[in-house]
Design a protein around this ligand. Structure first.
Ligand code: D5M
Ligand code: FE
Ligand code: ZN
Length: 483
């Protein structure tokens, strides 16, 4: 005898003018009866749009996530992951190596510019005393603003240089430079042999063509779930996860899910955190991550990167969340655990993922930048070609022998989180995605006037770079696109 639910579903389809292929029918006999009605209704809605009036086994299998839609490409390659590369030098020697690596890598990057043929070492220009202007490059070690002039101190491996800037426009540019950032300067000599800085040239991103996917595959950008926190929006996030396996035409084209850090709230990250936690251990919090991630269809590839709330090493670059906490996810075939920062290619589209800790230090010291517009800070990082220039402030940086925070690969998409504001922009063809959060405003954020826009999932069409979003925030007054 046929189950009553199956009869009902069958009649519903027939009434809508649909036929059900015998194989599909056999398949449906083994499907959870509670889901039957929803499955049939959604498949019919979708196929009506396509003007196809037969339900095949494939339709159901694709709907249930058992079968992949093979017309959509889902190739990935992990291009850079610091996890196995971090070596950590020791103390002062380590930092000397780090800064010399930073200088050398950025000097190589700036060598693509025509002026770079005229770069001289800082030690050599002091003896040249040429009449014409010269170029030097170095890391900014200090910036002093006195009355109407700005003094910059630059350092290269040969020595350091004090230069003065008189031009008001150039002083403004100097005002936005970050400590320890790499810069090229055009310099000349003043009457009293002092060095005058006449131009400042950032490594920046050249005009370039971006890579696109051949098929309209979508990637979802998420971050800052803060699972374990009282303020994690569990209901909304679960609703979104369920949407991923719905028949929504966009959801059906998703093949990649990127999670940019702060998966959990962690333990002991800030004072009295235990009072704001619903899960008191890292293991419990990660267990919950695993349960939620397991509900994402298996045919989606999931990339997981740590943030400052996740376990592992705190200093940048961070290795992937260690296996010892979370065996389940490390062992899943469709889950890829990567470090922070990482570069991955999705159907040929290069995505640079960085949690974004350095934003805190940058907004504090840079005029014109704020938490409200994180994509402006992201542009600042791209121009500096470095993800975390400032050393010795709040963002801990490890004394690596190689500076892995230099942006040596130009991405097509730059994915950052951390500031809990979903926002989009474009810079030199690069799509900037700040993936917001799934944590409501915390008392701390309220006390410092930070207004997050949580509960927004951003989906990028990797062929057209058009962005689609699903908003699960009850307060839907969010404008994520910069005007
Ligand atoms: O960071 C969420 C946001 O809150 C991020 O923009 C930094 C900001 N934040 C968090 N803690 C502090 C402190 N102690 N000072 C200044 N700003 C802070 P998350 O990494 O999710 O905690
Ligand atoms: Fe966060
Ligand atoms: Zn964070």
């Amino acid at each position: 005898m046929m189950k009553e639910e199956l009869t009902l579903a069958l009649n519903y389809a027939l009434n809508k003018g649909f036929q059900i292929h015998p194989n599909a029918f056999k398949f449906l006999e083994n499907v959870d009866v509670k889901k039957l009605e929803k499955i049939i209704k959604e498949i019919i809605r979708e196929k009506t749009k396509q003007k196809l009036f037969q339900i095949n086994q494939d339709d159901i299998e694709i709907y249930l996530g058992i079968k992949d839609d093979h017309s959509l490409q889902n190739e990935h390659k992990i291009i850079f992951d610091p996890t196995l590369k971090i070596t950590t030098g020791e103390g002062v020697n380590g930092y000397n190596a780090l800064f010399s690596s930073r200088f050398n890598k950025l000097k190589r990057i700036i060598s693509d510019r025509p002026e770079s043929r005229m770069i001289k070492s800082i030690a050599s220009i002091k003896s040249i005393k040429s009449d014409s202007d010269l170029y030097v490059c170095g890391l900014v070690t200090a910036r002093i603003i006195e009355r109407n002039v700005t003094k910059l101190i630059l350092e290269d491996p040969s020595g350091s240089l004090d230069g003065v800037i008189f031009d008001p426009e150039l002083q403004k540019i100097a005002g936005t430079l970050l400590n320890d950032q790499f810069i090229m300067a055009r310099v000349g000599f003043g009457k009293n042999a002092g060095i005058i800085i006449k131009d400042l040239i950032l490594p920046d991103i050249p005009d370039q063509a971006t890579n696109r996917s051949e098929t309209e595959t979508y990637a979802v950008f998420l971050s800052d779930l803060h699972i374990g926190s009282k303020y994690f929006m569990e209901e909304e996030f679960s609703e979104f996860i369920a949407w991923l396996s719905s028949l929504d035409p966009i959801a059906k084209k998703i093949r990649f899910v990127l999670i940019g850090g702060d998966l959990i709230d962690g333990v002991g990250i800030y004072p009295n955190q235990d009072k704001e936690l619903v899960c008191q251990t890292i293991e419990e919090q990660l267990q919950k991550v695993e349960e939620l991630v397991n509900k994402i269809p298996n045919y989606m590839k999931i990339f997981i990167m740590p943030g400052n709330h996740d376990p592992g090493r705190r200093a940048l670059p961070q290795p992937a969340i260690p296996k010892k906490y979370n065996f389940g996810l490390w062992e899943k075939e469709n889950v890829f655990m990567v470090g922070n920062p990482s570069v991955i290619s999705l159907n040929g589209v290069k995505v640079m993922m960085f949690h974004g800790q350095s934003i805190d230090d940058i907004v504090k010291t840079t005029p014109g930048l704020s938490y409200d517009k994180p994509t402006n800070v992201m542009k600042h990082l791209l121009r500096a070609r470095h993800l975390s220039p400032i050393y010795g402030s709040q963002t801990p940086i490890a004394p690596e022998i190689e500076d892995f925070m230099v942006i040596d690969q130009i991405p097509d998409i730059f994915h950052v989180g951390h500031v809990h504001r979903a926002e989009l922009d474009i810079y030199k063809g690069i799509l900037l995605v700040n993936s917001g959060s799934w944590q409501k405003q915390t008392p701390f954020q309220a006390s410092v006037g930070m207004t997050p826009n949580p509960g927004i999932a951003l989906m990028v069409n990797l062929k057209t770079f058009k962005v689609y979003h699903e908003n699960y925030n009850s307060n839907k007054l969010n404008n994520i696109l910069q005007s």
